[in-house]
Design a protein around this ligand. Structure first.
Ligand SMILES: Nc1ncnc2c1ncn2[C@@H]1O[C@H](COP(=O)(O)OP(=O)(O)OP(=O)(O)O)[C@@H](O)[C@H]1O
Length: 353
């Protein structure tokens, strides 16, 4: 992502390279996040996400590149503004609350300059904001894990940071609680208008939380953009697979297209004879009484809101995955007619990753 693009960025990581013991963990990463915007760094374990966050927070010294907050360089090789002087709020998974302080005092911890009355007023207001109004007198051990995480969020927001850094803030929570906390956090971040950088390995969480998503792999950003861009136009098979397993087949291009057992697909930009991997999302296969693709159902799995079918189509090696909304309406052995949604099919160079 180009940090000098249209909206002024409140937080910029500019050409960050970082190595541990000579092994590169972050490789020329640049991101810019505007006020009121949430950018999710999404990628598998070990791809360098947390290192980026730690560099932005000042918990790690910058070896190459710069961290810029509100136009001010806060870290570059050999020079670093202290973490507490960066105006940054941190919500790290293991950023424990102080057990001997009440929830209210935990939230007010970063407001020591304010008078006692003001500190109390602001702590209570923040607890209201995260849905914990009236719980200020409790101690952390009296709260559930999700409630403690909301307290941690309120504590991070208390000094009204211009920048929020969140590292897997919802991991380890059950789905219902995670969804609620995601929504709460989103609302709070929007209200305070901070620039937020959030790390997650969970694509659902990134889609839910991120205004934009930067996908990392092997220390690099492989694609960055709006969620719809990543979903509809993945730059690599890796990005395509992030949002669910795909049906894949290896073929060769002929006459600007590739002939698949599901019909021909355009293959612009590929030379004749080029080896390609065709990837088709399960949701690209649409049940259609007039469809030209004939399939046989070989597997039916009810997944709650959707049903996953395994189907066979003449010429396709193995089975294809397909998803239909709702409870199962098919049995093994049923025959289906399908149409292919070309918007959810992708042609990548065979050696692409
Ligand atoms: N303090 C350290 N010393 C040595 N190597 C480290 C250190 N911290 C991270 N690494 C290595 O750097 C790479 C990137 O780690 P990082 O924690 O940034 O990745 P991540 O994407 O956040 O992973 P996870 O989701 O598992 O936390 C990994 O290979 C990791 O083992």
């Amino acid at each position: 992502m180009n940090p000098s693009s249209t909206t002024p960025s409140r937080l910029i990581l500019d050409d960050i390279v970082h190595a541990y013991d000579g092994r590169v963990a972050v490789d020329h990463v640049s991101v810019g996040i505007a006020a009121g915007e949430i950018l999710c760094l999404l990628g598998p374990s070990g791809c360098g996400k947390t290192t980026c966050l730690r560099l932005a927070a000042g918990l790690e010294d910058v070896q190459h590149g710069r961290v810029i907050i509100d136009g001010r360089t806060v870290a570059e090789p050999g020079r670093a503004v202290k973490p507490e002087a960066r105006g940054v709020g941190l919500v790290f998974q293991d950023y424990a609350l102080f057990p001997h302080l009440t929830v209210r005092d935990n939230v007010g911890f970063g407001l020591r300059q304010a008078g006692a009355a003001e500190r109390r007023r602001r702590s209570e207001a923040l607890l209201d904001l995260v849905g914990l109004g009236g719980r200020g007198g409790d101690y952390p051990h009296m709260m559930s894990g999700g409630e403690q995480q909301r307290v941690a969020l309120a504590r991070a927001l208390a000094p009204e940071p211009q920048v929020m850094l969140l590292d897997e803030p919802f991991s380890g929570l059950d789905i219902a609680l995670r969804d609620r906390l995601c929504a709460d956090t989103l609302a709070v971040l929007r209200e305070v208008g901070a620039a937020a950088l959030m790390v997650t390995h969970d694509p659902d969480e990134a889609l839910r939380m991120g205004d934009r998503i930067a996908v990392m792999n092997g220390g690099r950003i492989v694609q960055a953009g709006y969620a719809t861009e990543l979903y509809q136009a993945p730059a690599t098979p890796f990005v395509a697979r992030l949002f669910g397993e795909l049906n894949a087949i290896s073929l060769r291009v002929a006459g600007g297209r590739v002939s698949t057992p599901l019909g021909p697909l355009p293959a612009p930009g590929f030379a004749d004879g080029a080896a390609v991997t065709v990837m088709i999302r399960p949701e690209a296969l649409i049940e259609d009484a007039y469809g030209v693709i004939e399939a046989e159902v070989v597997e039916v799995r009810a997944l709650g809101p959707v049903t996953a079918l395994g189907i066979r189509v003449a010429g396709w090696p193995g089975r294809l995955g397909l998803r239909l909304g709702g409870v199962p309406r098919h049995d093994r052995g049923d025959r289906l007619r399908l149409t292919l949604d070309l918007g959810q099919t992708f042609v990548f160079a065979a050696d692409g990753r």
